[in-house]
Ligand binder design. Structure first.
Ligand code: FES
Length: 194
């Protein structure tokens, strides 16, 4: 005589095994296959470029726009910084803030008006005077002159990045006319180097 309880128990066990096997097998297989398929399909839709990691780009579609945004922001920052830098020189003065100062050129025997956005060298050249110069960037002393109004040269001019005169020389009134923007009236002896 067969025990119906034992049959029922046995049938139940078999069903559980079948269910577990099917579920585990299907789940594992499906996940792997779909991932591979997705990667293949995404990769095949992306154009070939010089990008170093095309596979990553194909999978992580979201990273490219994020990178683009960051680059854009950086670009704007760089532009802003560059604009700030270019407008920070002593010669970059807004139109409505331009002033003129009286500069007496002793050797040339004349006093002229020099705007605060032009260098002493440029102003002299505009008069047609033969002014000494070489680099025009504050990196030699060819254009040097001496302000004889008394005190430090930088009481009268603002240098745009001069790299040659030390504090003692500035105290004696020496200036590099190619990068010197007037900030007050003064008298200058051109062609005078320390
Ligand atoms: S020309 Fe060279 S420092 Fe002025």
């Amino acid at each position: 005589m067969v025990d119906p309880v034992a049959i029922g128990f046995g049938a139940g066990l078999v069903l559980v095994f079948v269910a577990l096997h099917a579920a585990r097998g299907t789940g594992w297989e499906a996940t792997a296959d779909i991932s591979e398929e997705v990667i293949e399909r995404r990769a095949s839709t992306v154009e070939e470029t010089e990008f170093p990691e095309p596979g990553s780009r194909a999978i992580g579609g979201g990273s490219a726009p994020a990178g683009a945004v960051a680059t854009g922001e950086e670009g704007e920052l760089e532009e802003g910084a560059a604009a700030e830098e270019s407008s920070s020189g002593p010669g970059d003065i807004p139109e409505d803030e331009i002033e003129h100062f009286e500069v007496e050129f002793t050797k040339e025997g004349d006093t002229i008006e020099v705007a605060n956005n032009e260098t002493v060298l440029e102003a002299g050249e505009d008069e047609g005077w033969d002014m000494p110069y070489a680099c025009r960037e504050g990196q030699c002393v060819s254009c040097a002159g001496q302000i004889t109004s008394g005190g430090n040269a930088e009481d009268y001019v603002e240098h745009d990045n001069q790299q040659m005169l030390d504090d003692a020389e500035l105290d004696e009134g020496y200036t590099l006319t190619c990068v010197a923007y007037p900030r007050a009236d003064f008298t200058i002896e051109t062609g005078e180097a320390p």
